[in-house]
Structures are given as structure tokens and as C-alpha cells.
Design a protein. Structure first.
Length: 128
């Protein structure tokens, strides 16, 4: 057993505009703020993990999912977030197509959206 398998994890997301990002994460996603850190990060609690937004003038350059939130009912989670103004991405690529914002990927359903800073976020529901 590794010492790391029992520790908590903090996901670090770069943001150009911390105030704009905080508004999205607090109002749209309704994450619970833990507060600012002396180094400029702003931290949220997400279940047993933490999400830290950190100011980075050039923002993000990632073209992959930065965070995926596991939900019990993806359709209900999409409806809830859309009700708060979250816009979901849709795809129509060979072997990768969303229907009502959802793509079935083997053992899970997934839907993607972006924060105002360009970070790609995901909801996923495990299939039985």
C-alpha cells in the first residue's frame, strides 16, 4: 500500500480571471468554497477531494477533460446545471456522438461543458 492511496487529492485548474471563475464555480456549479490561500489559489470542497483555482495569466491550453464529476443521474444533473446557465458541448464525430449532450463510452455516459476560463469539465454516470 502506498502512502498516496489514503491521502486526499487537490485538482489544480488554471484561470485567467479568478473573480469570473469563482462566480461560475460558486453560482453555476454551487461548489462549497473553502477560501483563499496565501499563494493566491482559491479552494473548493468536492466530496472527498478539493478543487483549487489558481491565477495564470495565459489560462489553460488543455484540450482534454480537466475534471469529471461522477453523478448518479446524468440527465438530471445536466438539467440542473442548464437551469443555472451552464452550456454543454455537443459532438458529432466518427465513433463519438452526443445525443441530448450525452455520449455513451463503454461503461459510462458522459457530457462535457467548459468553465469561463476554457477548462473542459465533464459529468459522468457509471453504467451498471
Amino acid at each position: 500500500m502506498s502512502a498516496l492511496d489514503t491521502t486526499s487529492v487537490t485538482c489544480m485548474l488554471p484561470v485567467k480571471d479568478l473573480a469570473r471563475a469563482r462566480q461560475f464555480y460558486e453560482e453555476r456549479l454551487q461548489l462549497r468554497p473553502l477560501g483563499a490561500k496565501p499563494d493566491g489559489k482559491f479552494v473548493y470542497r468536492c466530496g472527498g477531494t478539493e478543487l483549487a483555482l489558481f491565477p495564470k495569466p495565459e489560462g489553460t491550453k488543455a484540450e482534454h477533460t480537466a475534471i469529471s464529476f461522477r453523478v448518479a443521474d446524468i440527465a438530471a444533473a445536466i438539467a440542473e446545471l442548464k437551469g443555472r446557465g451552464v452550456v454543454f458541448d455537443d459532438y458529432d464525430l466518427p465513433g463519438f456522438k452526443t445525443v441530448e449532450h450525452v455520449c455513451v463510452l463503454g461503461s459510462e455516459k458522459a457530457a462535457w461543458f467548459r468553465d469561463p476560463e476554457g477548462n473542459i469539465l465533464c459529468l459522468h454516470e457509471d453504467l451498471a
